[in-house]
Design a protein around this ligand. Structure first.
Ligand code: SF4
Length: 214
């Protein structure tokens, strides 16, 4: 399968924010979000080809088997993702997948958690495809919706997030600098207080800025 990078860090987003984790970032994404901070993952021909057994060894070499985060790119569009998921769910205590949701969940396991991040209309022409499987995502008990909200996106974010169960919604500020994040987060905090949603930080930006491998 094509891999962009593997690294050890803290989970920076969603319900497990702050937890130490090993990351595998898969190569390939055709969603095209305008604020994407991992554009180097878009071209499915880039990155490196790694056979599954070697990738599993590489992930083990980075640290303890605690939390494994499979991210991208768009994992659902990467060949070999299902095999990776099946294999790691059998050996890691907790696996989380970061996805835009261009398909539905492909596996359900007690130790598998999906961070589904559907896009808002200003973000990509394909935004509706990321909402098309909402019923499947909400039928999966260990899936949450993490909606990234940029400047000017609040009313659409409210409209779409209201279509989901309150306790499954996380709003996350868009931004690649501490200053931009803080400004957005303060505005989103008001929405979260009013609507009963949660707010996700972007710890990796706060701690290390817009860098790869964190
Ligand atoms: Fe970037 Fe993720 Fe959007 Fe793909 S789905 S363009 S990797 S933010």
């Amino acid at each position: 399968m094509r891999v962009s990078e593997t690294f050890r860090s803290l989970q920076g987003e969603g319900p497990s924010s702050g937890a130490p984790a090993t990351f595998v970032r898969l190569q390939g994404c055709a969603v095209g979000c305008r604020w994407c901070d991992t554009r180097y993952t878009w071209d499915a021909a880039r990155g490196r080809e790694v056979p599954l057994p070697s990738l599993l060894d590489e992930l083990d070499s980075l640290g303890p088997r605690d939390l494994l985060v499979i991210t991208g790119g768009e994992p659902l569009q990467v060949r070999g993702f299902d095999e990776l998921l099946d294999s790691t769910c059998g050996t890691w205590p907790r696996v989380e997948v970061e996805t835009s949701g261009v398909g539905g969940p492909t596996l359900s396991r007690p130790n598998l958690f999906w961070n589904w991040s559907p896009k808002l209309p200003t973000v990509t022409p394909l935004w509706e495809e990321t909402w098309a499987h909402s019923h499947e995502w909400m039928a999966e008990p260990r899936a949450i919706a993490k909606i990234v909200v940029g400047e000017g996106d609040d009313s659409e974010a409210v409209r779409l997030a209201r279509s989901l169960p309150k306790d499954r919604v996380w709003l996350m500020p868009e931004g690649v600098t501490e200053e931009a994040l803080k400004k957005r987060a303060v505005a989103l905090a008001e929405l979260c207080k009013r609507e009963g949603w949660r707010m996700s930080p972007r710890l990796q930006v706060w701690l290390w800025g817009a860098r790869r491998g964190v």
